[in-house]
Design a protein around this ligand. Structure first.
Ligand SMILES: Cc1cc2nc3c(=O)[nH]c(=O)nc-3n(C[C@H](O)[C@H](O)[C@H](O)COP(=O)(O)OP(=O)(O)OC[C@H]3O[C@@H](n4cnc5c(N)ncnc54)[C@H](O)[C@@H]3O)c2cc1C
Length: 373
């Protein structure tokens, strides 16, 4: 192939994009190019991964390398959901042992380096802007970038996260099942015993739910996930309003007692959405570009890695003239999303303490009427 022409171009170098790249390389597809808009230097949210992620690392042939990164173990979780009592779920009897609290910035960089170690081509600080389909067929595809010469490829992977920027150019649309927002602050626990606590903590409240977990550098991340309308009414963008709600929580407030409020909030949209369709001739989407799950599931990164493995198989078949893998991939993404919605509905349905509160009324409305399919 001539310069800047690849078999597969992957747009987005987060966990889904790099896992797809690694899996393609493992299948013997040599000519794979990843383009990442960022530089792996900014902090990212999305830290806890379940113990069975180990199986995906093994299938990607990176488990030993991942283990040597020494991310914090996640020994289990407490939750106050559906009653005032704290329930405990530990990973002691899990056949895979503990999960992990990831340092996301370091984790994303690690995956990018694993891809490069397989002679994968990756450029960062480069943003995809558009594509065109040449020769009146769906390939080759010409991709353009803000600060890089054009690239052409036979197959393109959308791994751009929630924006699904590439798939939209192929006419795919995002079907939104629910949309919430999370506000998070990082508490410095340098001088406290708090970071000895390696259990995540979940607490439902009238306005949504709180989450607290230890992360590297003696920090605790504390987030509130709520409805967008509720957030606007309570002016939660203002740190003092968020903090005053935190003071009314029972368990989360106890957990960070004694550490100073950092006075700075980050916010993220937290949709439950499915891309329709998640794949077509010459392209597919992986990770959050294909489907976004509520962070309560702690499944986002697991799904990103699993999609990467499934996608690579489908792409390898397609490059050999067999489109059946793409159909299978599309069906799998939809089936997993339906399963996820059922689990989510069950979980939110367990909380019956605030039947009149807007956050819970709206979640029940989603349970009752807005199911996918
Ligand atoms: C508040 C919150 C809490 C969460 N907690 C958890 C958790 O505890 N556990 C868990 O497993 N998941 C969690 N998640 C979900 C998890 O963060 C995501 O599912 C995961 O990051 C998805 O990986 P991805 O590679 O699909 O997308 P991303 O990680 O979003 O990566 C997409 C990449 O594409 C790049 N990109 C975007 N546009 C372009 C472009 N035009 N050109 C080039 N590159 C581009 C971006 O820079 C980015 O690096 C949480 C999410 C939120 C919002």
């Amino acid at each position: 192939m001539r310069d800047f022409c690849f078999e597969v171009a992957i747009i987005g170098g987060g966990p889904a994009g790099t896992a797809t790249g690694i899996a393609l390389k493992n299948l013997g597809i040599d000519s794979v190019f990843i383009v990442e808009a960022g530089t792996y230097s900014k902090p990212k949210i999305g830290e806890s991964i379940p113990p069975n992620t180990q199986t995906l690392f093994q299938r990607l042939n990176i488990f030993d390398a991942f283990s040597s990164q020494h991310h914090e173990p996640c020994l289990g979780s407490y939750s106050c959901w559906g009653s005032t009592q704290l329930g405990f779920n530990d990973n002691l009897f899990n056949p895979y042992g503990a999960g992990w609290h990831l340092d996301r910035r370091r984790f994303d960089l690690f995956l990018a380096r694993q891809f490069k170690a397989l002679s994968g081509a990756l450029v960062d600080n480069t943003r995809f802007s558009n594509l065109s389909v040449m020769k009146n067929d769906l390939y080759p595809i010409k991709l353009s970038f803000e600060n890089h010469p054009d690239v052409c490829c036979r197959f393109v992977v959308d791994a751009t996260g929630q924006s699904a920027k590439v798939a939209r150019k192929f006419g795919a649309a995002v079907s939104m099942q629910d949309l919430m927002v999370s506000f998070a602050a990082y508490f410095d626990c340098q001088d406290t015993h708090l970071n000895e606590n390696k259990l995540t903590l979940l607490e439902a409240v009238e306005q949504g739910w709180w989450y607290c977990a230890s992360i590297p550098n003696n920090l605790q991340v504390v987030s509130l996930t709520t409805d967008i309308a509720v957030a606007k009414k309570l002016k939660l963008k203002q740190p003092e309003n968020w903090y005053s709600l935190l003071k009314h929580s029972k368990h989360i407030n106890n957990r960070i007692e004694g550490s100073a409020f950092p006075n700075r909030l980050n916010s993220w949209k937290t949709p439950s959405s499915l891309l329709s369709p998640p794949a077509g001739n010459g392209w597919l989407a992986v990770g959050d570009a294909a489907a976004c799950y509520d962070p309560i599931s702690s499944q986002g990164i697991y799904k990103a890695l699993a999609n990467g493995l499934q996608a690579a198989k489908a792409i390898a078949l397609w490059l050999n003239g067999d489109a059946n893998g793409l159909t299978e991939y599309r069906n799998k993404v939809v089936k997993d999303f339906v399963n996820y919605l059922e689990q989510r509905d069950y979980f939110y349905g367990q909380e019956q303490r605030w039947l009149e509160a807007e956050f819970w009324v709206k979640r029940r409305a989603y349970l009752a009427g807005l199911k996918y399919g």
